[in-house]
Design a protein around this ligand. Structure first.
Ligand code: PMP
Length: 366
């Protein structure tokens, strides 16, 4: 008798019930237009109003300064590993270097892809913590510095109070920061002005897979390599308000509903407060003894993606079966690292985390 389903998937992931209910009600006839959003021209007044509201609300939620463009693109987070070098290296000499902070699987993939376009320097590396900035071996005059501020698989998140360099850091003079925020965007307050480019696939905290958000400082536009595909040239996309080609319209509509929901809940500050409370509750249950183990350094434990291992891994299948029987779904860890993972994004209510904690205690015989 499962009374409630809680979906701990890393992405595509749980969305707010209110958003799905509204989308269902508007499915066949959006606001009396006689059309589903899926059927609308992206250039018509109806969809343009949806797009403009989504852009405005995201700008407000993240306090994006006026000298930044917000692009709604296709291709997902991974494609940005190629699109960012293709868009930022055009005015750099051949053989330019990109610096990377390597903290897990996703920054690892970014490093591999960037190697097709430039020299790469791994300035610091650890899969269980963010190395302190004083230890970073940065390249003077690097084309940019790339970091993944929340590693979805490894559960390593930057501690923003000290983890991300200040724009005024002399070691970064003229070196833009590029941040992959796919799995924690909108879950904590950020200072957008620290970054040259922020990108995020939508399918965790924003909406359906297929939309990719790029937030880019104006002065970085217009530096694409000649080989950059036009549909992915940030300047062309920006100049055409994400309508250079057909954008993922339905996904943008759902993202817009999520932004409205976030505003109604109290915005990013409230999401951060909830994320802290949910993460503290879950890590406390994992830390009671060594029945469960999370291997990430304390200041860098992710508030969004919580990987953990059973000390006795022969119980993994039994753990997952028991979880499923209680309506706690998608807790299996990523195949590359094994174990378990609970993703507790903005749309996961604290009741879901409490249900998981109750089960963790029960399974551990506490
Ligand atoms: N970066 C991060 C941090 C991610 O979590 C993911 C997806 N899990 C990606 C990039 C890749 O995104 P996509 O699958 O949309 O290409």
């Amino acid at each position: 008798n499962v009374t409630h389903i809680y979906n701990f998937s890393a992405g595509p992931a749980v969305l707010p019930k209110e958003v799905l209910t509204q989308a269902a009600a508007e499915m066949l006839d959006w606001h009396g237009s006689g059309m589903s959003v899926m059927e609308m021209s992206h250039r018509g007044p109806e969809f343009m109003s949806i797009y403009k509201a989504a852009e405005r609300d995201l700008r407000e939620l993240l306090a994006v300064p006026d000298n930044y463009k917000i692009l709604f693109m296709q291709g997902g987070g991974l494609s940005q590993n190629a699109l960012i070098p293709l868009n930022l290296l055009g005015h750099k000499p051949a053989g330019a270097t990109i610096d990377f902070i390597h903290t897990g699987s996703w920054s690892g993939k970014s490093i591999k892809e960037a190697g097709k376009y430039a020299n790469v320097n791994i300035a610091a590396s650890s899969m269980t913590s963010v190395p302190p900035q004083s230890k970073w071996q940065l390249t003077p005059g690097a084309a940019y510095l790339h970091m993944c501020t929340n590693e979805t698989i490894d559960g390593v998140e930057y501690d923003f109070d000290g983890g991300v360099p200040d724009a005024a850091d002399p070691r970064l003079a003229g070196v833009p920061l590029v941040a992959d925020m796919s799995s924690h965007i909108l879950s904590r307050e950020i200072d957008v002005a620290k970054y040259g480019v922020i990108f995020a696939g939508a399918q965790k905290n924003i909406g359906p897979a297929g939309v990719t958000i790029v937030i880019i400082r104006d002065d970085l536009l217009g530096h694409a390599l000649p080989a950059c595909p036009s549909a992915f040239d940030f300047k062309l996309v920006a100049d055409n308000e994400s309508m250079y080609n057909t954008p993922p319209t339905y996904g943008i509509y759902i993202a817009g509903l999520v932004f409205q929901w976030l505003k109604a809940q109290g915005g990013v500050a409230e999401m951060e407060r909830r994320a802290k409370a949910k993460a503290e509750l879950l890590y406390a249950a994992l830390d009671v003894d060594d029945f469960y183990q999370n291997r990430v350094a304390l200041p860098n434990r992710s508030r969004m993606n919580v990987p953990f291992y059973l000390k006795d891994e022969s119980q993994n299948e039994a753990f997952l079966a028991g979880a499923k029987a209680r309506g706690l779904l998608q807790l299996k860890g990523h195949k590359s690292v094994g174990g378990m993972r609970a993703s507790i994004y903005n749309a996961m209510p604290i009741e879901g985390v409490q249900a998981l904690v109750d089960y963790l205690n029960e399974f551990a015989g506490r």
